[in-house]
Design a protein around this ligand. Structure first.
Ligand code: HEM
Length: 446
């Protein structure tokens, strides 16, 4: 367990090396926790009847943070209903409408950078993605409450990001409130402050409901169940915090890796810059977000980033309610299954030289949903996958149009655990080499 917390990729690789494409670990009654590391088994899980699994209740680790009503932790009909409610803002025209906003938030956030300055990449990317998700969820991203929310959400994630913080998630015995200075005490107090801000916003918006607004909170406030009842305040709070947390640090980690890879491999940066130069625009300073999202090399670069170090090492947990045959093994009810994204993404038969960052592999062939699964799959497929891809492409294109960075000489960086995710280390820095005269930085109009 300690290895899983402190060296998660080595932990998985060692077991895989010894036991292969499906293995069970842990001290619980056999078969305990089962990692499924082969596309065949993963496809069986993703295409099985969702009623076979309990996912939500298997994710008790997150319950303290997200609450009982989070879509991530619900099962059955309630899960289906919440997903239906939450999906529309993340698709189609509603999603497209975020394009310009993402470019603008990226420009504004990066505007403080100075030539010659070294900056912590993950912090800057987190500011960008938090700005985007606050806008999507609340339709706003400025004002006193939002500044406080920004700060507190960052601190909340930070409190779980360290190895001690991650241990809190894994060992329930450590979750003791020994005052504000103890790790769990600090977490609880931060959560309380975040909750207060969320409830204040909920109450204010309930009192002045404007049904013409298109943000997610308005959507949730207007929703009614079969009995005509609105969502309770606790349900609303749990859904909001889930989207705020699931929706920004994950994308920030992916963006940070993408910047790392392109600056440690000059040929990757140069191919991307050449592709960005092909953008045709009526106004040279403002390429169309739609055009950017269709660029093939940029798309492949984002996919390769999510493949090599997937932000989520595994898809979410699936606990079997009934026995199930997976890859020839009869697994009993109670078995806890993890489709293991990291190990599939490093299967040499699918991705030769899997440790090498090579976006071209995504241009040479396509991969099935059980071979490339950074956003999980089946009935729990990530709700924000399209938004995350949009953000990655537009933020990267905007940054590269406005700035040239370089990577000070250093050893290759390795992923570290951050709570339940895998992230680039917080100390990773880039240096600002040049700011572009022609970038669309100068045309910021918001
Ligand atoms: C690079 C960014 C992201 C990655 C790698 C990622 C990855 C994942 C993964 C692996 C799952 C579990 C899927 C499964 O169990 O099969 C998931 C679920 C989820 N994600 Fe994301 N995610 C990202 C961004 C986002 C964003 C931007 C949002 C939304 C605002 C979001 C909201 C959610 C929600 C609500 C779920 C729960 C879905 C359910 O249980 O039905 N994610 N994500």
């Amino acid at each position: 367990m300690i290895r899983l917390i402190t060296q998660p990729t080595e932990y998985l690789e060692n077991y895989h090396h010894t036991y292969g494409d499906i293995f069970a670990v842990g001290w619980q009654k056999p078969p305990g926790v089962v990692y499924v590391n082969h596309p065949e088994g993963i496809q069986q899980i993703f295409t099985a009847n969702p009623a076979l699994f309990r996912s939500g209740s298997g994710g008790a680790v997150l319950r303290d943070l997200l609450g009982d009503f989070s879509v991530l932790l619900l099962d059955g009909d309630r899960h289906i209903r919440q997903r239906k409610l939450l999906m529309p803002p993340f698709h189609g025209d509603r999603l497209k409408a975020y394009g310009k906003l993402i470019c603008e938030i990226t420009q504004e956030t990066a505007a403080s950078l100075q030539v010659g300055q070294s900056f912590r990449v993950r912090s800057l990317m987190q500011e960008i993605t938090l700005g985007v998700i606050l806008q999507a969820v609340f339709g706003l991203q400025s004002g006193e409450r939002f500044n406080q929310l920004r700060r507190l959400l960052g601190e909340l994630l930070e409190s779980l990001g360290s190895p001690i913080g991650a241990a809190l998630l894994f060992f329930s015995g450590l979750r003791q409130d020994w005052g504000a200075w103890s790790p769990w005490g600090r977490f609880l107090r931060l959560k309380q402050q975040v909750d207060r801000l969320l409830y204040d916003e909920i109450h204010e918006r309930q009192a002045n409901l404007d049904p013409t607004r298109t943000d997610i909170l308005t959507l949730l406030l207007s929703a009614r169940d079969e009995a005509g009842q609105p969502m309770s305040d606790t349900e609303l709070r749990d859904e909001l915090i889930t989207l705020l947390l699931a929706g920004h640090e994950t994308t920030a980690s992916a963006l940070t890796w993408a910047l790392y890879w392109m600056h440690s491999l000059p040929e990757v940066e140069s191919k991307l810059r050449s592709e960005l130069q092909t953008l045709s625009t009526t106004e040279p300073s403002q390429p169309d977000p739609d055009q950017i999202t269709r660029l093939p090399y940029l798309t492949a670069l984002c996919q390769e980033t999510l493949r090599l170090y997937p932000v989520a090492l595994t898809a979410g947990v699936r606990m079997l309610k009934e026995p199930m045959d997976i890859m020839g093994y009869e697994l009993p009810a109670g078995a806890v299954l993890f489709p293991c994204t990291y190990l599939v993404h490093h299967n040499e038969a699918i991705y030769p030289n899997s440790k090498q960052f090579r976006p071209e592999r995504f241009l040479e062939r396509s991969f099935s949903s059980s071979e490339f699964l950074p956003f999980g799959g089946g009935h729990r497929y990530c709700i924000g996958a399209a938004l995350a891809m949009l953000e990655m492409k537009l933020a990267l294109a905007t940054l590269l149009q406005c700035w040239t960075f370089d990577l000070p000489p250093q050893k290759p960086i390795r992923p570290v655990r951050r709570g339940v995710t895998l992230a680039p280390p917080g100390h990773f820095k880039l240096r600002v080499q040049r700011s572009s005269e022609n970038g669309y930085r100068s045309t910021n109009s918001r």
